[in-house]
Design a protein around this ligand. Sequence first.
Ligand code: MF3
Ligand code: CO
Length: 248
Amino acid sequence: MIVLKSDREITMMREAGRVVAEALDEVEKAIVPGVTTARLNQLVEDIMLRRGARPAFKGYRGYPASICTSINNEVVHGIPGLKTLSDGDIISIDIGAEINGYYGDAARTFPVGAVDDISARLIKVTAECLEKGILQCVLNRRLTDISFAIQSHAEENGFSVVKEFVGHGIGRAMHEEPQLPNFGRPGRGPRLAPGLVLAIEPMVNAGGSLTQVLADNWTVVTKDGGRSAHFEHTVAVTENGPEILTRL
Ligand code: MF3
Ligand code: CO
């Protein structure tokens, strides 16, 4: 069942979204060669504590940290630890926050120092995929119009989209209906209505689309070892078009 949110509820979700956006901005400043992913996780925990937010990922299905840190060939759900970042890496940071029972969820991929041309283009195109998906969040469009916009842009640029993981509705739970694939033909699925709030999250690979999960049971990597990027925003569909809740 899809739960549409009232204006009052969207106001609550703005607060959770704002904390996630602030945390991503703070993390970006800390991304330098030599920093550990555990340090980035700690930084975000400190921000959430100060803001009265709860890190939504911690303990979710047993997930052991507050953020996901996925490096290079890691797609999503990388676990922070003692690993240090190196010049030329790319790192996807995914953050969820809960305030007063409402959730916000967003992710970005950052370059570490100077990255090669393919990595820079992968990051740029994946960010554009998210923007193009958001532009479809207009009344009376259908859910898979978002999916189609994302897949088309990735593939037109020679990249592939991950199919085993999807975006999702979000609100009083981090994951609500509907599921939002990053691929598929347009014009399918529910019509977009005011109060629908979606976490749109393209995962785009430089090589093939297939993934596998590592022995830690969390870290998703590309099968062919190619690099992967991930951008996510929590977006509300309104009478006036899309409102990005995870942007300052
Ligand atoms: N943003 C991701 C999602 O929407 C990450 C959550 S997985 C977690 O599914 F386990 F880390 F919480
Ligand atoms: Co999400």
